[in-house]
Ligand binder design. Sequence first.
Ligand SMILES: NC(=O)c1ccc[n+]([C@@H]2O[C@H](COP(=O)([O-])OP(=O)(O)OC[C@H]3O[C@@H](n4cnc5c(N)ncnc54)[C@H](OP(=O)(O)O)[C@@H]3O)[C@@H](O)[C@H]2O)c1
Length: 255
Amino acid sequence: MNWDQIYEWALWLVLGTSAVTFPALFFITLGYGRHDQGKSMLYVPSLPGWILMEAPSWIVFPLTFFLLGRHNREAVPLCFLAIWQLHYFYRGIIFPLRMRNRNKRKPVGAVIAGFLFTGVNGFVQAYAITNLSPHLWTPDWFADPRFIVGILLMLIGVSINIHSDSVLRNLRAPGETGYKIPHGGLYRWISAPNYFGEMIEWLGLAIAVWNVAGLSFFLFTVANLFPRALAHHRWYKERFPDYPPGRKAIIPGLI
Ligand SMILES: NC(=O)c1ccc[n+]([C@@H]2O[C@H](COP(=O)([O-])OP(=O)(O)OC[C@H]3O[C@@H](n4cnc5c(N)ncnc54)[C@H](OP(=O)(O)O)[C@@H]3O)[C@@H](O)[C@H]2O)c1
């Protein structure tokens, strides 16, 4: 089997995982964070669990990029490498180090699933950019409306995501583990603006790279986070009688 064929299998794996995950998560809520019911047999502390789960993203992407990429010296692919590494430096290192749930544990199953997915996805994204997307191998792409709109969307999504996560972080004093009602920013309208921002961010990347791999990651993010946002919303409403009644789950004014 050559690398192009391995890529095709990996891409189908990402697409297939999304197709299964999306309907399944309307019936099952993955048991980590507030939805952990203590049923897992094995747990790891949150901080190393999170770092381990995200590590393949920032290790596999550059390895694929430099070892397997035929177009890894062109400016646009290098720009996407920088964007990817920047995002995962934040998500994989800075974000977990700042989390206020150090005293909590993560189910090992969630860490293994995350580890496998981020590895496969890192390979798929880097391989597609450097081997299968000729439109990205010329600097003209920097002036293409798809690149410009996609990067703008990414920036909007990242800002919403980082701000919303910081609102959650500031709800807890160091050492606290409980939950409170978040307010401010997009929390005025929805219960999970961090997920909303994440979805906008990867929609932006999908438009900016304009390939099936980018689309597959956006679809996976929606498949994973959209049903979880509905579960968070239900959870808040069940636990807080004073939860703001007009607040929706994930799409302002709609859902
Ligand atoms: N691209 C993807 O597919 C993907 C997948 C998963 C996550 N992510 C991103 O990773 C980040 C974290 O995801 P997550 O699922 O852990 O998000 P989350 O459930 O919203 O929790 C984020 C952090 O805030 C704490 N927290 C949440 N609600 C709180 C409240 N009401 N009061 C006090 N603390 C609260 C959580 O603590 P606990 O852990 O104790 O609940 C956790 O440390 C998000 O930005 C998300 O977009 C992306």
